[in-house]
Ligand binder design. Sequence first.
Ligand SMILES: Nc1ncnc2c1ncn2[C@@H]1O[C@H](COP(=O)(O)OP(=O)(O)OP(=O)(O)O)[C@@H](O)[C@H]1O
Ligand SMILES: O=C(O)c1ccc[n+]([C@@H]2O[C@H](COP(=O)([O-])O)[C@@H](O)[C@H]2O)c1
Length: 196
Amino acid sequence: MKVGIMGGTFDPIHNGHMVAAETARDAFGLEEIWFMPSHIPPHKHAAGVSGEDRLALVREAIRNNSAFRILDWEIVRGGVSYTIDTIRMLQERYPEVEFYFIIGADMVQYLPKWKDIDELARRLTFIGLSRPGIPLDLGALPSHIAASVRLAEMPEIGISSTLIRERAASGRSIRYLVPEAVYDYVVRSELYGVQP
Ligand SMILES: Nc1ncnc2c1ncn2[C@@H]1O[C@H](COP(=O)(O)OP(=O)(O)OP(=O)(O)O)[C@@H](O)[C@H]1O
Ligand SMILES: O=C(O)c1ccc[n+]([C@@H]2O[C@H](COP(=O)([O-])O)[C@@H](O)[C@H]2O)c1
């Protein structure tokens, strides 16, 4: 069975994440996508919203898609969410699964800085997807890392969680930038400064 892991801070999850996951599923014949919110992301600021709320937002986003599932291991484990730690555990628990890890073009360039990247690159295949303003190519990667990355074009979506947080904080609409059920949850729970 082929499973794509969609890891992220998801602060909040938005439509760029949804299209990235669906593009990877479709392009590489993945049977399931497991959305995996990180606890503390390794190389950027911690999320402003709790792990429980970010898990709830992901649950809302994927509720109508039976191929999309949630993996709460990193939130439950706490600490810094290094992917290698999680993948070792996942491969022990699910030895029959062939794992892919879905990332945006920004993260493709960043792969050499990931913890134990050489081991990770042996354990799984990365799927790199287009993101506006960032070249989608493997030219800058060492060849042994590039060998474990596949690229797929997706319609470029200029949405980031930063954009959503900034718009929400300044009272501008975030509707339709996030899945409708995510928008409803954000409004209901008054996250990111959004008022009902
Ligand atoms: N619009 C997008 N198009 C393609 N990939 C994306 C997009 N937004 C995020 N991703 C990818 O999804 C993964 C998780 O992203 P993350 O949760 O950090 O969201 P983000 O929008 O990049 O967040 P922030 O703005 O807070 O840095 C990363 O691999 C990232 O590259
Ligand atoms: O393991 C690492 O060193 C590592 C470094 C950067 C990012 N990651 C993972 O990549 C995914 C996307 O990261 P981010 O920061 O864009 O949310 C998320 O699952 C992170 O845990 C992992």
